[in-house]
Design a protein around this ligand. Structure first.
Ligand SMILES: [Zn+2]
Length: 117
């Protein structure tokens, strides 16, 4: 419901975001993942993965480990509207080459990433 309100807010120009966070207990098996969603795999209060479709358009599923015992690891938090912020940046070293930050639900491309604004 809140996601629906957020989307109406975006349509009205009141809210700006590229991604909204949703959480679920199991790793998503859909491929490709629905665009515009950051799926946080959270089981028993422990965040395990953040998954999203690569915003660069290659269609790949990005899986960011949130496990503090693993490297690399990322941290995810989101605001009232579930707009996620991810730290550090996501840098794909393979042929995709995307390098971006997710801040406040917005994808911010780095200068050395493939997609520039
Ligand atoms: Zn990509």
């Amino acid at each position: 419901m809140k996601a629906w309100i957020a989307k109406v807010g975006r349509w009205l120009g009141l809210l700006k975001f590229d991604l909204l966070a949703t959480s679920q207990p199991t790793y998503p098996d859909a491929a490709p993942l629905p665009p515009g969603k950051l799926i946080v795999v959270e089981d028993a209060g422990i965040q395990k993965w953040a998954c999203m479709q690569c915003p660069g358009g290659c269609g790949k599923t990005l899986s960011l480990s949130l496990n503090p015992a693993r490297r690399p690891r990322w941290g995810v938090k989101w605001d009232f509207w579930r707009r996620p912020s991810v730290e550090p940046s996501v840098h794909q070293k393979d042929d995709c080459g995307c390098h971006f930050w997710i801040r406040g639900g917005r994808v911010e491309w780095c200068a050395d990433g493939r997609r520039r604004r």
